[in-house]
Write a protein that binds this ligand. Structure first.
Ligand SMILES: [Zn+2]
Length: 344
């Protein structure tokens, strides 16, 4: 077996690495710095960017940093990290040993991300892939269309004399949305959690295009700018006490059948996601050439759909850290589908 599961989660025996394990002895590969993938392990391996983001979120620890495409020896395997397109520093891991090649995607998308080099689907014998949006209903519109809809929302909200409020997770989607907003000339005020991470992006050399600007939120000083904040804060005074506002929530779960109810306090929900959609997931499984695909972090039904397409697939595990994490980016659905079905 090129991959196994133990008490700590996914494990590559040849490389002697755990994958995105919250805690584990030895070394843990951290695919990216979202809270539900961060690790309390004493030693991690990741990209330099993820190491910096991880240290900012979880404190310093021993980090073996591997830039994209630079092979390194771990155990009996050669390990290479490749871009995952999910957030700054996000990586897939490819391990090659005498027994073959295995890749772990972590969270990823094939679509463009201004903070990631282009993503290449790894060619391997065994593929371990996330499948958050592994149902056919999750096919996202083109990015250009979603950006155009976001900009139109900002324009019409301002024309109505209200503050546009953009709800996006602090790492990844926040920076990606900000990149598009500033490029279009919008001045944006950021909640502190997003601002801290944007400042860190800039320290790492990843800047936001003009002519728009960004600044940290100060009470009563939004003016005619856009407010971007995290979804969790939309019930706080910062948002609720705005004299006039319209909110847009950026999430792939916009295509969930219960979205109209889950996000009914928002004026607009756009399927602007940092994950692969169903089409990308199927394409990844196919083009990897893998003779065995293991699915993780998503619906168990996706492996069955791959089998129907002639791919030998098996569901390995649900999102391992879901229960412990208050802000798991888009890991699990916003609420259990079973709770939503009765609403229709
Ligand atoms: Zn993530």
């Amino acid at each position: 077996m090129l991959v196994t599961r133990d008490a700590y989660g996914l494990y590559l025996p040849d490389a002697d690495l755990h994958l995105d394990a919250r805690r584990a002895p030895g070394t843990v590969f951290v695919s990216h710095a979202h809270g539900d993938h961060c690790s309390d392990a004493a030693r991690i391996v990741c990209t330099p960017e993820t190491a910096a983001l991880h240290a900012a979120r979880r404190g310093a620890r021993e980090a073996v940093t591997l830039p994209f495409g630079e092979p390194a020896r771990f155990g009996d395997a050669t390990v290479t990290l490749t871009p995952a397109g999910h957030a700054l520093g996000s990586a897939m891991l490819v391990a090659e040993s005498a027994r073959g090649r295995v890749a772990y995607t972590g969270d990823y998308k094939l679509r463009e991300n201004p903070f990631s080099p282009p993503v290449t689907i790894p060619r391997v014998d065994t593929l371990i892939m996330e499948c958050t949006f592994g149902e056919p209903r999750y096919v996202f519109p083109p990015a250009e269309q979603l950006v155009a809809e976001l900009l139109q929302f900002v324009e019409t909200t301002r024309a109505a004399g209200a503050t546009p409020v953009v709800l996006a997770y602090a790492l990844g989607k926040g920076q990606e949305a900000l990149w598009h907003l500033t490029r279009a000339g919008c001045d944006v005020v950021l909640h502190g959690a997003i601002a801290n991470l944007c400042a860190l992006h800039e320290q790492l050399g990843y800047t936001f295009p003009g002519p728009g600007t960004w600044s940290r939120y100060e009470r009563g000083k939004i003016g005619d700018r856009v407010l971007m904040t995290t979804p969790q804060t939309r019930k706080t005074a910062m948002v609720q006490k705005l004299p006039a506002k319209r909110t847009v929530y950026l999430t792939g779960w916009a295509l969930h059948p219960g979205a109209w109810n889950i996000y009914k306090d928002c004026d607009l929900v756009l399927p602007f996601s940092d994950h692969a959609d169903y089409t990308e997931l199927v394409r990844t499984a196919r083009e990897s050439g893998a003779s065995k695909v293991y699915t993780v972090h998503g619906p168990a039904t996706f492996a069955g759909r791959l089998r129907e397409l002639g791919i030998d697939a098996e569901h390995l595990m649900e999102h391992p850290n879901e229960a412990e994490e208050p802000e798991p980016d888009e890991g699990p659905p916003p609420s259990k589908p079973s709770n939503q079905l009765g609403l229709f």
